[in-house]
Design a protein around this ligand. Structure first.
Ligand code: ATP
Length: 490
């Protein structure tokens, strides 16, 4: 794998094969390569450009155009409010925003290129040959979703997008193998590392990538069947919704999943109903996506490793450390630290946060977990989401995982609420697919979980609030119980 820049890897693929398919629009590799060059002629090295809109080939023309010019793409979640968009635009110092008209209300006062005028904008490119930027230059700046605080700009270098594949190829491992005739579905949005990383993997492997403007389960299933999708990357919530559509997905040969905890029930269901290979990935925006992988061979129902997030790729590392940063022995729960050659370059214009998170090449993840004797990482949950019941640590993901095994439970989310007696108690929000009572759920959990982990209350709701990468918005759920005090615990 010679090329470690997005633009260079794209050029190496240049062929008439369809690179991107999105609704009625498609672009071949040759066309994408040419359009990236036209974009690049407009941009300067180091310049930040923002993108606010649903997924489309334009997004990727801009991304590869950035790689060809040294500019940096700042994709913004189109569901954010005007104030949130303004924060990101201001923080990034973006010189121009490329926006979809449907997002007009959220676009701040600044130079704008509406996507409907994109062709015209490209055609007005000044002459001159774009300068290809290097593997160590930044290419994208993604904002954390802010589930744990104000969004921070994670600056990602070009090289990072190639590290996982290089580590696997160099070591003869085929966990994330691509085949020449693969067709990939990109359902996670590109403003999240999961979607961006997955699309870049497909585009630099030269296969056809079916892009969804916005994820909808029935449409995802339709696309899989219509376009003969063979491989995709999803978050667990998407996977569950796709399976709930009740249609065959047997054309899929591999599903890569990650981004939030998955229940063994959902994994077993997927193996039984789709029967394809599964690979779990674990990582953060800050680690340039995945640093740890659970390969297909470890997906054995009932097997001990089904609960693991996986093992670091060769050349990557995971350690468990205490609050002082001292490594802990195998089996002990502490904070997961990851060392990845794809780690972010920095948090943009935030040296304090960068120094706190990046220590000697390691990234503090904020996740609680342990590592077994063979180096497999077992995640508990985010440290900040941990509930403390009378001094005992309770991780929401564990309870949600067990609840998922009840046939009536479609989805659930667990939080800690103030409790005079115990400090905090466990509160479960539950979405049911058929009628169930709190008593039934309580009986189901008893014996499967220690008594201090059992929810004291069950609240039946229509839906669990989640962000577009499938993470439970616990802050929204906690609001009614903690009010202003949430700032202290969050
Ligand atoms: P913020 O830091 O503001 O919450 P974010 O939610 O966008 O931003 P991401 O970088 O998208 O953060 O998500 C990283 C987190 O996702 C990890 O720290 C971990 O908690 C969770 N995660 C990722 N992969 C897995 C996985 N395979 N299993 C369980 N949790 C996962």
């Amino acid at each position: 794998m010679a090329e470690r820049t997005l633009g260079g890897a794209l050029r190496a693929q240049a062929s008439e094969r369809t690179a991107l398919l999105c609704g009625d629009t498609s672009l071949s590799y040759v066309e994408l390569d040419r359009e990236a060059d036209r974009v690049a002629r407009h941009l300067d090295s180091g310049e930040r450009i923002a993108f606010l809109g649903k997924e489309s080939p334009h997004y990727y023309e801009l991304l590869f155009g950035c790689s060809r010019s040294g500019a940096v793409l700042v994709p913004i979640n189109w569901r954010l409010t005007a104030a949130e968009v303004e924060h990101i635009v201001h923080d990034s110092g973006a010189t121009v925003i490329f926006a979809d008209r449907s997002c007009a209300k959220a676009v701040p006062e600044m130079p704008i290129v509406w996507l409907e005028d994109f062709e015209h904008w490209k055609a007005s490119a000044p002459d001159g040959k774009p300068v290809e930027s290097g593997p160590d230059d930044a290419v994208a700046q993604l904002y954390t979703s802010g589930t744990t605080g104000l969004p921070k700009g994670v600056v990602l270098g070009q090289r990072g997008f190639f590290e996982v594949r290089a580590a696997l190829e160099d070591n003869g491992l085929d966990w994330l193998d691509w085949r020449a005739d693969d067709v990939s579905l990109v359902g996670v949005p590109g403003f999240h590392i999961g979607g961006l990383w997955w699309a870049v993997q497909g585009l630099t492997a030269g296969i056809t990538n079916v892009i969804m403007p916005a994820f909808a389960p029935a449409e995802a299933v339709r696309l899989v069947r219509e376009h003969g999708v063979t491989i995709t990357c999803v978050v667990p919530a998407m996977l569950r919704l796709m399976l709930d559509e009740g249609q065959s997905l047997q054309g899929l040969r591999k599903i890569v999943y990650g981004g939030s905890p998955i229940s063994e029930t959902l994994l077993a269901r997927c193996l039984a109903e789709v029967g394809c290979e599964l690979a779990q990935i674990y990582g953060l925006t800050e680690t340039g996506n995945t640093a740890v992988c659970l390969p297909p061979s470890e997906h054995v129902p009932g097997g001990a490793r089904m609960r693991a997030a996986g093992r670091p790729y060769p050349g990557f590392a995971a350690e468990i450390r205490d609050a002082q940063g001292k490594p802990l022995p195998a089996g002990e729960v502490g904070e997961v630290w990851l060392r990845s050659p794809a780690n972010m370059l920095e948090y943009w214009r935030n040296p304090t946060a960068s120094e706190e998170s990046l220590v000697d090449g390691w990234l503090r993840t904020g996740d609680a977990g342990c590592v077994d004797e063979e180096g497999y990482v077992f995640l508990r949950d985010r440290i900040k989401d941990m509930i403390i019941v009378a001094g005992e640590n309770v991780y929401p993901a564990e309870i949600e995982g067990v609840l998922a095994g009840h046939p009536a439970v479609a989805d659930s989310a667990v939080i800690g609420v103030p409790d005079e007696r115990w400090g905090e108690s466990v509160h479960a929000f539950v979405v049911t697919r058929e009628k169930a009572t709190a008593r039934e759920l309580m009986t189901f959990l008893q014996g499967k979980l220690a008594s201090f982990k059992l929810p004291l209350r069950y609240e039946f709701v229509e839906a669990i609030p989640r962000n577009p990468s499938g993470k439970v918005l616990r802050r929204v759920l906690r609001e009614q119980f903690w009010g202003d005090r949430d700032r202290e615990i969050n």
